[in-house]
Design a protein around this ligand. Structure first.
Ligand SMILES: Cc1cc2nc3c(=O)[nH]c(=O)nc-3n(C[C@H](O)[C@H](O)[C@H](O)COP(=O)(O)OP(=O)(O)OC[C@H]3O[C@@H](n4cnc5c(N)ncnc54)[C@H](O)[C@@H]3O)c2cc1C
Length: 476
């Protein structure tokens, strides 16, 4: 069977790898000059870094088995330390009530508690209820805590008031955190909590996150498949509801019986033949958010201990900072500097997206010294990496727009749509890898996995997590 795959990110390569392992040799087309997509690693100043923080974690046996099969023993366990910077204080993340109360002080803590109980006994009527991000969080945490710990960061990330953001973002990313549970565990300790330490540690490849995908690509090529780099695909070629293959940018058409696409959903749909106006209009309304990563090579090996810090402080423009010095010594080797990556989020039309590199590097240096994370006089070099269409924006009601697109694509025989911007889901690596695995099963084994049903809060069939000695069952 002739299979074409668009995109050599985690989803496309997991699918290609699984097909290759079953004797089907796919041909992968990647627009960029290297593999890994958003989860690639790059070389900078004689060190290895990722595109922002990339913590791989899954409790799904299928995903972890594949990851271990590819990485072998070439990984180490990293103790995660992540904090939130807000008004000059660093709060532990996930939030710990004792820490929060200590740093907010008695007055602010009292206001937070009053606001929490007010919401509990007399909920606000006009906050969007369970439909919007703001309504969902205020209902569970109270307005005051929402304003301190959820509002500023989310608005920086999405560029939308939280009232216009769908509750899905909260449901998928923070649903497991409950204030009452957190308070209980701060009073009772962590007794009875299963595998907490496993969750706070994660497995990280010695060669950087992207090493996993370089190995997958090598496997595909060794088995007889192809991974074509710097080969962007213009469109999937269809004849009504049947796939015929793909067209490259130079007009070359290649025929395939089955196409797997991880290209942005909006582009895929707008370039198919015969799409109805309402479906096109729905696809055009779906938005993505861009990221600008500014890397600084700071001449110190001891800045702050976190893997990354969320920057909630509203007076600072950047939203997150990663310190690659704290991931694995294999990334920096004998170098004595620390590479930091600051993330700025914006829309395609925003001025900052078109700023020159030097101006962005100047902004990053200024912001990190104002944040108090690096002294202003420590010299550093800078490098800028721009990511277009980085985050699918879950604006309120986006599911109503996605549904007709999904219904239309489901009807096209021989087309599988997966991945983060491929299927417009806020995937982490594990979700994209799972989509790739299940897509390969659908193609090679005629399985009938519903790939559109895989969300970031998917339920695991069997739970197992990666430890330093390999996979450990966690029940389920
Ligand atoms: C700053 C940041 C931090 C993150 N942190 C984490 C984390 O801590 N943990 C975690 O698990 N995940 C994290 N992620 C998410 C993770 O990177 C993604 O979930 C994952 O890379 C998605 O894989 P994918 O294959 O679905 O999509 P992508 O990685 O986006 O890959 C899609 C590929 O398709 C290619 N492509 C697109 N259009 C075309 C075309 N027309 N022709 C040919 N090729 C095309 C692209 O070049 C790209 O290589 C983070 C992402 C970012 C940006």
């Amino acid at each position: 069977m002739k299979i074409g795959i668009i995109g050599a990110g985690p989803a496309g390569l997991a699918c290609a790898y699984k097909l290759s392992a079953q004797g089907i040799n796919p041909e992968v087309y990647e627009a960029g000059p290297s593999v890994g997509g958003l989860a690639k690693s790059i070389k900078l100043w004689n060190q290895t870094v990722d595109l922002g923080p990339h913590r791989f974690f899954s409790s799904d046996r299928r995903v972890n088995e594949l990851w271990l099969e590819v990485v072998g023993k070439d990984y180490s366990m990293v103790d995660r330390l992540t904090r939130i910077l807000y008004k000059g204080n660093l709060y532990q993340y996930p939030l710990k009530p004792g820490d929060v109360m200590g740093k907010l002080g008695p007055g602010e803590t009292f206001r937070c508690l009053v606001s929490y109980f007010k919401e509990y006994f007399a909920p606000e009527a006009e906050n969007g209820g369970d439909e919007t991000f703001e309504g969902w969080v205020v209902k569970r945490f109270g307005r005051r805590l929402y304003e301190i710990f959820f509002k500023t960061y989310s608005e920086k990330l999405w560029g939308l008031p939280c009232r216009e953001l769908d509750a899905d973002f909260a449901v998928q990313r923070i649903k497991k955190f409950s204030l009452i549970e957190a308070l209980k565990s701060s009073v009772l300790g962590d007794k009875g909590k299963k595998h907490k330490t496993l969750v706070d540690r994660f497995a990280y490849p010695l060669g950087g996150t992207g090493d996993v995908y370089e190995r997958m690509a090598a496997f595909v090529s060794e088995r007889g498949g192809a991974v074509n780099l710097s080969t962007p695909v213009r469109r999937v070629v269809n004849d009504g509801f049947h796939v015929r293959g793909l067209e490259l940018m130079d007009g070359t058409v290649r025929e395939y019986e089955h196409m797997v696409s991880t290209m942005p959903l909006t582009q895929l749909v707008s370039r198919l033949d015969g799409v109805s106006e309402p479906v096109l209009a729905a696809a055009k309304s779906l938005r993505f958010r861009n990221t600008i990563l500014v890397y600084l090579n700071v001449h110190s090996s001891d800045l702050f201990p976190d893997n990354w810090i969320y920057v909630h402080s509203p007076e600072l423009l950047f939203g997150r900072i990663t310190n690659f010095r704290n991931w694995s010594p294999s990334l920096y080797g004998s170098e004595e500097t620390s590479i930091l990556a600051l993330e700025f989020w914006c829309d395609e039309g925003d001025d900052i997206w078109r700023w020159e590199d030097e101006r962005l590097i100047g902004l990053a240096k200024d912001e990190i010294s104002r944040a108090g994370l690096v002294k202003a006089d420590i010299s550093s070099e800078g490098y800028v990496h721009r990511i277009s269409k980085c985050y699918p924006v879950y604006s309120a009601g986006y599911k109503r727009l996605l549904k007709p697109v999904e219904d239309y694509l489901r009807k096209i025989e021989g087309l599988t749509v997966i991945g983060r911007y491929g299927s417009f889901k806020y995937n982490n690596q594990d979700h994209s890898i799972l989509m790739g695995i299940l897509a390969a099963d659908n193609i090679a084994k005629d399985a009938h996995n519903d790939l559109w049903a895989i969300n970031t809060d998917y339920e695991y069939q069997e739970s197992a997590v990666i430890t330093e000695t390999g996979l450990v069952d966690t029940g389920g």
